[in-house]
Design a protein around this ligand. Structure first.
Ligand code: FPP
Length: 229
């Protein structure tokens, strides 16, 4: 794999945890648990390849419509993982940031999210961005409303400042696992020129081979951003 032309920012839809569990006759939550291990692995690969930003779609606003048991299981899993990983995150200088409506989360999850953001805010090696209670359309609508409230006419240059994380560069590479070929309301504004990579693997099975395959595929592409050079 070429060492140059490594993406700065990778965004991933971690899909297929439920099917992974189903295939093994396990409860869906076991699939999410296995998904957490895949998250750990991918953050290691990002560190190895010096990728600066990794955004993971951990929970969409639409996910609230899942059975109560699964939603509650996911919420407590997030709180638990966040608290357990703090030392590892600090050791590896990983900054955790949230993308989405943190204020609408159950109080203990919100508390864990704000805590980990604060604890890791000065770490600089990898920005691990967790899209949580996130919806791309509502991010855009909120941004437009903020601009309206400020009486500002927006341009492409100024609009970004109203998004949730204006300082984060757009993703270079988008990955979705489990064979679904959709964007599912993820980073709608930010992926305008992102290279898309879809793989059949279910998220808990996502490994270094697939990660490198995605990067190699990215490296072969000619990014023209709408121009002809
Ligand atoms: C999609 O699989 C996955 C989710 C909705 C949850 C993703 C969460 C994790 C991997 C845990 C990550 C934890 C941290 C702390 C970042 P699915 O349930 O939609 O699978 P299916 O399509 O096969 O049903």
């Amino acid at each position: 794999m070429a060492k140059e032309n490594i993406p700065t920012h990778i965004a991933i839809i971690m899909d297929g945890n439920g099917r992974w569990a189903q295939e093994k006759n396990l409860p869906r939550l076991q699939g999410h648990l296995a998904g957490v291990n895949a998250v750990r692995r991918v953050t290691e690969y990002c560190q190895e390849f010096k990728i600066k930003y990794l955004t993971l779609y951990a929970f969409s606003r639409e996910n609230w419509d899942r059975p109560k048991e699964e939603v509650e299981g996911l919420m407590s899993l997030f709180s638990k993982v966040i608290r357990e990983e703090i030392n590892e995150l600090k050791k590896n200088r990983i900054r955790v940031r949230f993308l989405g409506k943190i204020n609408e989360l159950p109080p203990d999850v919100k508390k864990s999210a704000l805590w980990i953001q604060e604890q890791t805010k000065n770490l600089e090696k990898l920005n691990l961005i967790l899209a949580f209670n996130y919806s791309g359309r509502s991010e855009i609508i909120e941004a437009a409303n903020k601009a309206i409230e400020m009486g500002k006419k927006i341009t492409e240059e100024t609009f970004r400042n109203f998004l949730f994380l204006p300082d984060v560069p757009d993703p270079d590479l988008f990955i979705r696992t489990s064979g679904e070929l959709r964007i599912s309301n993820f980073l709608l504004y930010q992926i305008a020129y992102t290279e898309l990579f879809f793989t059949e693997e279910l998220w808990p099975d996502f490994n270094k081979d697939q990660f490198m395959k995605a990067i190699r595929s990215y490296q072969k592409r000619e990014r023209r951003f709408g121009t002809i050079q």
